[in-house]
Ligand binder design. Structure first.
Ligand code: PGA
Length: 253
């Protein structure tokens, strides 16, 4: 009932030529399944977004931003609004990626404003949550995830929250080659779904897609996706290699 969803977060990588060729190769590789059996999105750097959208014009792959600012427009030098992303042709946007939480120091309150602004602007936010290694070691995983989700979704009506996808990305697994085991992912995903059922209701929790992210690769995609509450993958490093990313998408159907 929940359609699988795989998104490739290119982070601050690629250039104009490689962004176009990567998008084209992925589109060709998954042309027979994208959109129909699985939702696929590419999240390129802002400056290459229009090239990527052009390269994907005949495919069913969506495009999204890696971040958004919460104000609709005005004197906010360097920022990009939800309306701009929508106008450029984006469908999705990441909110609260761990690199923004920990390197740029974004707070739950700021991330909540971004999630709301994204929905208001007609985008589908992907709210990223995840614990640090020391938090996991101190048995604080549930507490951290609960706080990030409650604060990230604060003030959203039932209708609005249905636009949200959640991505569970344990910080210790991002870019480290050390993925959570399928059982560890399932444990947290199940907890998140229960949390959403408590905050809203069982119907919303059943519909909400929860992606796993953190060293997802072609050789662990199927086992992660085999877990009942893992509905998709948010892929960083492995989404920069066309053949690897195509294999991940195929393994996730
Ligand atoms: P990774 O990144 O796949 O390179 O671990 C995932 C992410 O940060 O979204």
């Amino acid at each position: 009932m929940r359609k699988p969803f795989v998104a490739g977060n290119w982070k601050m990588n690629t250039d104009s030529l490689t962004s176009i060729s990567l998008a084209r190769t992925v589109a060709e590789g998954v042309a027979d399944i994208a959109g129909e059996k699985i939702d696929v999105a590419l999240l390129p750097p802002f400056v290459y977004m229009c090239y990527v959208i052009g390269a994907l014009s005949t495919s069913h792959i969506a495009v999204g931003g890696q971040d958004v600012y919460f104000e609709p427009k005005g004197a906010f030098t360097g920022e990009i609004s939800a309306a701009m992303l929508k106008d450029a042709g984006c469908t999705y946007v990441l909110c609260g990626h761990s690199e923004r939480r920990h390197i740029i120091k974004e707070t739950d309150e700021l991330i909540n404003k971004k999630v709301s602004a994204a929905i208001l602007g007609g985008l589908l936010p992907i709210l990223c949550v995840g614990e640090l290694l020391e938090e996991r070691k101190a048995n604080k995983t549930d507490e951290v995830i609960k706080r990030q989700i409650e604060r990230g979704l604060a003030g959203l009506s039932e209708e609005k929250v249905l636009a949200v996808t959640i991505a569970y990305e344990p910080v210790w697994a991002i870019g480290t080659g050390l993925n959570a085991t399928p059982a560890q992912a399932q444990e947290v995903h199940g907890m998140i779904r229960g949390l959403v059922a408590g905050l809203y209701n069982g119907g919303v929790a059943d519909e909400m897609r929860i992606l796993y992210g953190g060293s997802a690769k072609a050789d662990n995609a199927a086992s992660l996706m085999g877990q009942s509450d893992v509905d998709g993958l948010l892929v960083g490093g492995a989404s920069l290699k066309a053949e690897e990313f195509i294999s991940i998408i195929k393994a996730s159907v």
